[in-house]
Design a protein around this ligand. Structure first.
Ligand code: SF4
Length: 413
């Protein structure tokens, strides 16, 4: 008996039950479910029984199933609808046909490094340790890192995410996110008697220190970055009277500075290396005495993930980048793939994979932004393996050994 399903909806098989045989796992179920959600249908998930002769004398649920060759054996695809439900019947039949049409053997080129960087690991560990060590609520200003799965996981274990400090009770414990905060936010926390645990990535802190140093020597500080990004707002706040933001080469052309001989620049840590080099060159053309850190403010993790994807993007028919929409370094990876001439999509997880991307994609390059957990990469590989056999080829362009120490407050077990 299949799980009951409402008329007009469908049951997506997580495994196929074939009488007298071991069940067959449907690895692509998450992608099929996501496809239905995008079409405004709310499916349920569960095993689907493949009809046999014993169903002859009763109206069985309408099941649509297929058994396919997978990576290590057979995999299934299946949907079912309630008996006497023509709408559910049509949805199940067309959905199965859509996904069957993209079944094929594939090669997955796996970029390395990918997924978490040292700053993200540190920030998440700070919140996890505080949740373990303290009884009271742990407030986190802004998303600790830009990933929806990470935020949902920490929220489920008790973290309270707030946009600004005014919703944090006086005297409470608050964590500043990996993207950093401006001095004004620190001052407000001190005034309110908040216990601050700072999860700002040390590489962001380095940029803040440069901002203060450059401003103190009397320079106009040109910050290359994206308006509205939390990291940029924090860095701008270090020397707001002396800092101007530019996003691209056009902004450089319109820049007005007090003394063209005294101009320095900084960059957001998660920019595209190639674009940033162009902006720096434009700045140097306008201000030959320009001083700055090269592209060295762009952090090692951003640079390494871009290099790793650059090495494989041109060989692939499709690039999938795992990361959240508000993840800057993940967005830059998608842009990099586009520049290589390969269609690319940012996906939060396997449920965002669309069948229309896959029909011609025999080679898929897969990577994950610095804030995307590694288990999401595994899940995408498994899902694609539910649509035909996959051969995974990992291409490493560098090895990362960076680790950042935790703040003393949370170091105790
Ligand atoms: S992406 Fe770079 S700057 Fe951002 S947290 Fe990771 S290491 Fe730090």
């Amino acid at each position: 008996m299949n799980t009951p399903v409402s008329p007009g909806s469908v049951l997506v098989a997580d495994r196929l039950l074939i009488p007298g045989q071991p069940s067959i796992v449907c690895h692509a179920a998450q992608a099929v479910t996501g496809d239905l959600h995008r079409r405004g249908i709310t499916p349920v998930s569960g095993p689907v029984r493949v009809p046999d002769d014993t169903d002859r004398d009763r109206p069985p649920p309408l099941s649509f199933t297929a058994v396919l060759p997978g990576t290590g054996g057979q995999v299934g695809l299946g949907l079912s609808a309630t008996a006497h439900d023509p709408d559910g019947h049509a949805i199940a039949a067309t959905t199965l046909a859509t996904w069957l049409a993209v079944v094929r053997p594939r090669t997955l080129l796996l970029a390395s490094p990918r997924s978490f960087c040292a700053g993200v690991e540190r920030a998440i560990e700070i919140v996890e340790r505080l949740l373990d060590q303290r009884n009271g609520p742990i407030y986190v200003r802004k998303e600790i890192v830009h990933n929806a799965h990470v935020i949902a996981g920490l929220r489920a274990t008790g973290a309270v995410f707030v946009d600004e400090l005014d919703t944090v009770p006086d005297g409470a414990t608050v964590v500043f996110s990996a993207h950093g905060v401006s001095p004004a936010v620190r001052a407000e926390a001190a005034r309110r008697g908040l216990e601050v645990i700072d999860a700002t990535c040390p590489l962001v802190t380095k940029v803040h220190t440069e901002a203060r140093r450059f401003a103190e020597r009397g320079d106009t500080v040109v910050l290359i970055g994206h308006a509205g990004h939390e990291e940029v707002e924090g860095t701008l706040g270090e020397a707001p009277e002396h800092t101007v933001l530019v996003e691209n080469v056009d902004d450089v052309a319109n820049l007005v500075v007090q003394d063209p001989q005294r101009v320095s620049y900084l960059t957001q840590t998660t920019l595209a290396v190639d674009d940033t080099t162009e902006v720096i060159e434009a700045l140097r053309t306008r201000f030959p005495a320009l001083r700055g850190p090269g592209t060295a403010d762009i952090c090692y993790a951003t640079t390494n993930r871009q290099d790793a994807l650059k090495a494989i993007a041109g060989e692939a028919d499709l690039v999938l980048v795992i990361g959240s929409m508000n993840s800057s370094n993940s967005q830059r990876l998608v842009e990099l793939a586009h520049r290589a001439g390969t269609p690319a999509h940012l996906i939060n997880d396997a449920s965002n994979i669309r069948p229309e991307w896959l029909a011609d994609a025999g080679v898929i390059a897969l990577t994950a932004g610095a804030s995307a957990p590694a288990h999401l990469v595994e899940s995408v590989i498994t899902t694609l393996g539910g649509l035909g056999p996959v051969t995974v080829v990992e291409r490493a362009t560098s090895t990362e050994t960076m680790r950042f120490t935790l703040p003393i407050t949370v170091r105790q077990p």
